[in-house]
Design a protein around this ligand. Structure first.
Ligand code: SF4
Ligand code: SF4
Length: 302
């Protein structure tokens, strides 16, 4: 029987995840914990509940419906969920009269996903688009990712993958044969700092990127999330440029920090650790200087 992958979204007509018009498949589950993540619902490898306190009228119906004692009311108001007890039966969502409870994540087979992807085949042909696997971390579900890429290639669809490159090397290399474009995160040049902010060191990531850069049929583009307090100084720009060139990559996307995902943290009952960090605007003089350092190093920047 065909296995299922855990995803949290299939986004049609995406124009930010590779060339042309694309369908982006968002995998759920990631071994890194970047505090600036704009998709916090992508991080846990399980179906997760969200609770909108603005919609909740504290009626208590969900408490009575839960057979696992996973919901608690504090001071007659705040609903607290215990994720360890919850088995995602979704009974609480069924009974909530205001729609305050929702769930992130669902299981699908690769064939089910491809049915959605193929609906837009004419647009891919016209625009040079295709399918992009993103997340979350694609490499955390390598079998499912491999099935999707194989199916897409068998139908002649352009394939892209956005990844942290943190995953077993053999599994990573195995995915490349059905991949046209790799969009790989390059978050920092210093392994200690990378580990302090994301939870993992750089060694495996850089090994995988080097292997991808040497893979003959594959286009590789680096993606640098530009984050104040983490890597947003001219010194970081110079060291990152050096690192990227050494990895064998000639093109980068610089992704300016924004806080659009902040509201999702509250819905998930989590604290947004980047609170108070300024967003980077396109015309920020430091960002212009920062980008110029990449360009002057010989990298193509967009
Ligand atoms: S999903 Fe089920 S187990 Fe989880 S809190 Fe709701 S009712 Fe309880
Ligand atoms: S059922 Fe819905 S509105 Fe009522 S307490 Fe639970 S979350 Fe709030």
């Amino acid at each position: 029987m065909e296995g299922k992958g855990l995803i949290f979204n299939v986004q049609r007509f995406s124009i930010h995840d590779g060339p042309g018009i694309r369908t982006a498949v968002f995998f759920k589950g990631c071994p890194l914990r970047c505090p600036w993540c704009s998709n916090p619902e992508s991080q846990e490898a399980r179906i997760e509940m969200t609770w909108d306190r603005k919609k909740c009228i504290s009626c208590g119906t969900c408490l009575n419906a839960c057979g696992r004692d996973a919901i608690h009311m504090v001071e007659q108001k705040l609903i607290v969920f215990d994720s360890k007890r919850c088995n995602a039966c979704m009974m609480c969502k069924e009974v909530c009269p205001t729609g305050a409870i929702s769930f992130e994540g669902y299981y699908r087979t690769a064939h089910e996903i491809m049915e959605i992807v193929m609906k837009d085949e004419p647009f891919y042909a016209e625009s040079g688009g295709g399918i992009t696997l993103t997340g979350g971390e694609v490499l955390a579900q390598p079998v499912f990712a491999g099935e999707l890429l194989t199916l897409a290639k068998s139908k002649g669809i352009h394939t892209a993958m956005e990844t942290t490159c943190y995953g077993p090397k053999d599994k990573f290399i195995g995915l490349l044969r059905n991949l046209d474009l790799l969009l790989c995160d390059i978050k920092h040049w210093n392994s200690d700092k990378h580990e302090a902010f994301t939870g993992v060191p750089l060694g495996l990531i850089q090994d995988n990127i080097r292997a991808a850069a040497n893979y003959p049929t594959l286009q590789v583009i680096g993606r640098v999330p530009v984050i104040p307090g983490f890597n947003y100084t001219p010194h970081d720009a110079a060291r990152l440029s050096e690192t990227i060139l050494q990895l064998g990559i000639s093109k980068v996307h610089l992704l300016r920090y924004h806080s659009f995902g902040e509201g999702k943290y509250e819905l998930l009952g989590r604290k947004y650790e980047m609170d108070g960090t300024s967003q980077i605007h396109r015309d920020d003089p430091l960002f212009e200087e920062y980008s110029d350092i990449f360009r002057k190093s010989g990298l193509e920047v967009s």
